[in-house]
Design a protein. Sequence first.
Length: 52
Amino acid sequence: MNKAILILDCGATNVKACIVDTSGHVVSSYSLPNNTVADPYYHGGLHSCCWD
């Protein structure tokens, strides 16, 4: 069995997943765009913890 690391990045603009082997080579990766919500307290800002 090959060892690998799963990396998840849940950001304000994208959600990404990446599998990296023990030598640092990317085995697989995938991303999806993420919708953000306008910040009701800061005009022009985006709220990164309340996605639709």
